[in-house]
Design a binder for this molecule. Structure first.
Ligand code: FES
Length: 135
């Protein structure tokens, strides 16, 4: 199921990959070198891992939610505005479910199907990472 617009997904993927903003991310050059992390001065912040597992929630059809994509919200998995200070350049992902029911929303902020968990949290990149300190 795809419940997100391509713009929202693209923005999140760019943020997750630390890719360039406003410039062509894909070069047609045949002599491409590794596209590892660049040293651009406008690299967006990497989302923090809020949890190493998804959050079970009960969603209401037609209601718009703001999923925390930066990982700093104290109201996980939903946005509380923390990104404004903790992760400038990032924003919540707004989504509106079409059906009532339970859902598993990503807590690691590494899913490729935001805001829903896709199992990425099971990888070593998440399970082996330290969690940020919580107040
Ligand atoms: S909690 Fe992030 S992919 Fe599962």
């Amino acid at each position: 199921m795809h419940r997100l617009g391509p713009a929202a997904l693209g923005a999140l993927l760019r943020a997750a990959r630390g890719g360039p903003r406003g410039s062509a991310p894909f070069s047609s050059s045949s002599s491409s070198s590794a596209s590892s992390s660049s040293s651009s001065s406008s690299v967006p912040p990497q989302p923090a891992i809020a949890a190493k597992e998804p959050f079970p929630v009960e969603l209401k059809a037609g209601k718009t939610y703001g999923w925390c994509s930066c990982g700093h919200s104290k109201r996980q998995p939903f946005c509380d505005g923390s990104h404004k200070k903790a992760a400038p350049g990032m924003s919540s992902l707004r989504f509106t479910p079409q059906e009532d029911g339970p859902a598993w929303l990503c807590g690691c902020k590494r899913t490729q199907n935001p805001p829903y968990c896709d199992g990425t949290h099971n990888g070593e990149a998440v399970q082996g990472a330290p969690l940020p300190p919580r107040a």
